[in-house]
Design a protein around this ligand. Structure first.
Ligand code: FAD
Length: 432
């Protein structure tokens, strides 16, 4: 008999709740990962670097497991088939995994639980990707918060060493099932190709966190952690990171709270992840349906240097600085009056750190439709944002080198006109 530990967005062998509980349970543990066809088939870019990132992370784990005489079993297919194959190979007692809060994941997990239970196998799930999950930080009346500041106050008041403690997986590693190496399907076999560009490092740099508050808003500075892709796929532990940040920077900890907040919102209000505005009246906005303008925004050809720099950074690297994400999102929804869902979908394709909860939260914040969003009449002025946050134009020069010359495209829309149009269209919808 064996137990199974099923990895998903927790791709590490240290401080991992489900892994710890599976090993501690006593039976030999077979670690597994499924490259889920239901997700991969929806990616139309065969060079999608997120698949490459996962592949790297799995290969790393495989190496560590092999040094302990064990091996991960990696499947390419749908999870239900993978579990059928596993059940043919092993006598399975329990399956352990960590919570995943996205609507697709919830459906998948409910179906797998049913399938396993029908076969007499129990399914055990744990909190791992966040510090406080769905129902742990609630208002006094037991309802979820929809405003960040009071949520963050309660979050901080509840925090203590218990919640930041690592799960000491290393104490139980002798319980991994011993077997000779099992091959991992190659990217090619799954229809993908490696691009080979470097990924952000998983190292937490203390000096960045210490100076976070002063430096975080300047895209030309290396002033933010760049850990988002690692938090997304669990190649670092949120508990380790929060523990390190404690005492170094309250501002940085605050961003980790935003992350918990948006996960909590998606759990309680799953409709936001299915294209609905959190504030219903925002669904009356009459968006323009101008695909040409949308394409120019995607390509970084709007004639607004800070917007174009951001979009070009995204297209080239899969990353965009947070300040610039806010500027380009505001520009799309307010200056161009294009539906935030178009921008959300584009980011979902391009961002290495794409995360449904944070991305949706960010987009609805910018559009004004989110739970605790920028008010609709707050329209970022791209020129003032540039003066404040890229005063020496270093970021712009890096990504839009032609911007001071004749070659640079003319602005797609004039700022004052766009502002007026936005206020008119938004107020018409919000009066309904
Ligand atoms: P740091 O500034 O170093 O922050 C540390 C960590 O805190 C981040 O890695 C991230 O996990 C978390 N975090 C920071 N800001 C936020 C935030 N506003 N909401 C939730 N978590 C946050 N973040 C994503 O992880 N995935 C997304 O798909 C995503 N889409 C976004 C879309 C828009 C329109 C906007 C405005 C923001 C979006 N963000 C998203 C939030 C934020 O921009 C990124 O997390 C951040 O830029 C990542 O860089 P970093 O790791 O250097 O962050």
């Amino acid at each position: 008999q064996v137990n199974i530990c099923w990895f998903r967005r927790d791709l590490r062998l240290h401080d991992n709740a489900a892994l710890y509980h599976s090993l501690k349970d006593g039976l030999p543990v077979v670690p597994i990962f499924v490259f889920d066809k239901a997700i991969l088939d929806k990616l139309d870019d065969k060079n999608d670097r997120r698949v490459e990132f996962i592949h790297h992370a799995i290969a790393d784990m495989q190496q560590q497991l092999q040094s302990m005489g064990s091996s991960m079993e990696v499947y390419y297919g749908v999870p239900s088939d993978a579990f059928r194959k596993l059940a043919g190979k092993y006598s399975i007692n329990k399956v352990f995994t960590n919570h995943d809060y996205e609507p697709y994941a919830q459906e998948r997990d409910a179906a797998i639980q049913q399938q396993l239970n029908d076969a007499g196998i129990s399914f055990h799930t744990y909190k791992d990707q966040v510090i406080f999950e769905k129902d742990e930080v609630l208002k006094d009346d037991g309802k979820p918060y929809t405003v960040f500041t009071p949520y963050s106050r309660k979050w901080k008041a509840k925090l203590n060493d218990f919640y930041l403690k690592s799960y000491p997986v290393e104490e139980y590693t002798t319980n991994f099932f011993k077997q000779s190496p099992v091959a991992i399907p190659s990217l090619k076999e799954m229809g993908f190709e490696a691009v080979g560009l470097p990924f952000p490092s998983a190292e937490t740099r203390k000096e960045i966190i210490k100076k976070y508050k002063e430096q975080r808003d300047f895209p030309a500075i290396d002033g933010t952690s760049r850990l988002s892709v690692h938090l997304r796929f669990g190649t670092i532990s949120i508990r380790d990171l929060a523990r390190e940040a404690q005492g170094l920077s309250e501002g940085f900890l605050n961003e980790l709270i935003w992350r918990d907040f948006y996960h909590m919102i998606l759990w309680h209000f799953p409709q936001v992840g299915e294209g609905k505005a959190f504030k219903k009246e925002y669904d009356f906005i009459e968006w323009r349906h101008d695909e040409n303008d949308f394409q120019k925004w995607c390509d970084g050809q709007t004639g607004y240097p800070i917007v174009d720099a951001g979009m070009r950074e995204l297209n080239a690297t899969g990353f965009m600085h947070n300040r610039v994400r806010m500027i380009v999102a505001s520009f799309l929804t307010k200056h161009l009056l294009l539906d935030w869902r178009w921008g959300e979908a584009y980011f979902a394709k391009k961002l290495l750190d794409f995360d449904l909860a944070a991305n949706n939260g960010g987009w609805q914040w910018a559009a004004g439709s989110g739970c605790d969003a920028a008010p609709y009449f707050r329209i970022f002025n791209p020129y003032l944002q540039t003066q404040k946050f890229d005063p020496k134009l270093q970021y712009i020069r890096k990504w839009v080198p032609e911007f001071e010359g004749f070659d640079y495209v003319k602005p797609i829309v004039q700022h004052e006109l766009a502002r007026k149009r936005c206020l008119e269209v938004y107020s018409k919808a919000l009066k309904k």
